[in-house]
Design a protein around this ligand. Structure first.
Ligand code: NAP
Length: 285
């Protein structure tokens, strides 16, 4: 179906935005669903993010996904937000309501949990202790979602300990920070280990965590998806652990956004994972 003057418009906003896979994913779903809709990339200047968002109030477009470096500022622009976005301290989804208000949500954490359900069916990510490597926005979103999901213990281990401590202090409860010296002991009891650092991006070495120390039942997730099979995931597989890749998380976080924008579930008739793999230059798997 072609885009008409009545089309529902949504998009993704980041700086830079050129390499975002969200337009590919959403426009493939739009086409497969036969919707009169379009999903576009936006890259406002860093200093102009708030002015850009203010200009969209009242429904110039239906909604926006938000990515680096604007997720925290997106939450601050909103008039209301989900409990999860508040706990995560960041929003990756803004919906522009007809009354001029903005509603914020965070689908990154649910995307992580849904990706685990897809790639390791039957595994409960909140059943045991979680170790999160990193303390940036992605780590914080994961910690918030897993804490809300009932995980008994979530420990953030980061090069810069103070950043992990700040997240632990902000979320509180089961979320703690630990020094890198404690990592081996934490891995020894972990049910779930997540790389939420940018280490491994572009094909370099991932975090130097001893994944072989984890219980045999542990699941290892890498949020990095370029390349798809990171060095971190390959080490996890070599140790016999089940793994979840970052691309599945990216695809899953897009699902509730699509539903919020267009009011329907993404159609199953298009294989967006295969399309994304092709864009990444990866073999389909
Ligand atoms: P961020 O806020 O910039 O945080 C980067 C993290 O990586 C920090 O914890 C940083 O540690 C750590 N780090 C960077 N270089 C390091 C090094 N040389 N040694 C040790 N630690 C290092 O980024 P983010 O938004 O949280 O994203 C993190 C990663 O997750 C990125 O690769 C991003 O693409 C990915 N991600 C994927 C998805 C998905 O859907 N699959 C979603 C969100 C994010 P310091 O605090 O010490 O600097």
């Amino acid at each position: 179906m072609s885009v008409t003057g009545a089309a529902i418009v949504a998009g993704v906003c980041g700086q830079p935005i050129r390499h975002s896979m969200s337009p590919l994913i959403h426009n493939a779903w739009i086409a497969a669903a036969g919707l009169d809709a379009a999903y576009a990339p936006f890259a406002p200047p860093e200093s102009g993010f708030e002015a850009f968002i203010e200009g969209l109030r009242g429904g110039a477009i239906r909604g926006l996904n938000v990515t680096i470096p604007f997720k925290e500022r997106a939450l601050a622009c909103a008039d209301r937000c989900s409990d999860l976005a508040r706990l995560a301290g960041a929003a990756n989804l803004l919906v522009f309501e007809a009354d001029g208000t903005i509603t914020a949500d965070n689908t990154d954490g649910p995307g992580l949990i849904d990706a685990i359900a897809v790639q390791v069916p039957g595994f409960d990510p909140a059943a045991g202790p979680v170790v999160i490597l990193g303390a940036g926005g992605a780590a914080r979103g994961a910690a918030a979602a897993l804490a809300m999901g009932g995980a008994p213990k979530i420990t953030l281990v980061n090069r810069t300990l103070a950043r992990a401590e700040a997240i632990a202090a902000s979320i509180g409860g089961v979320v703690k920070a630990a020094a890198e010296a404690e990592l081996d002991a934490l891995l020894g009891e972990a049910g779930l280990v997540i790389n939420a650092t940018s280490l491994g991006l572009g094909g370099g070495a991932g975090p130097a965590a001893r994944l072989d120390l984890t219980p045999e039942t542990a699941v290892v997730v890498d949020m990095v998806y370029k390349p798809l099979r990171t060095e971190f995931l390959r080490r996890a597989e070599a140790a016999g652990r089940r793994t979840v890749d970052g691309l599945e998380m990216l695809l899953r976080q897009a699902v509730p956004s699509f539903e919020a924008f267009f009011g329907v579930a993404p159609p199953a008739s298009v294989d967006v994972r295969a399309l994304a793999l092709a864009q990444l230059g990866e073999a389909v798997r």
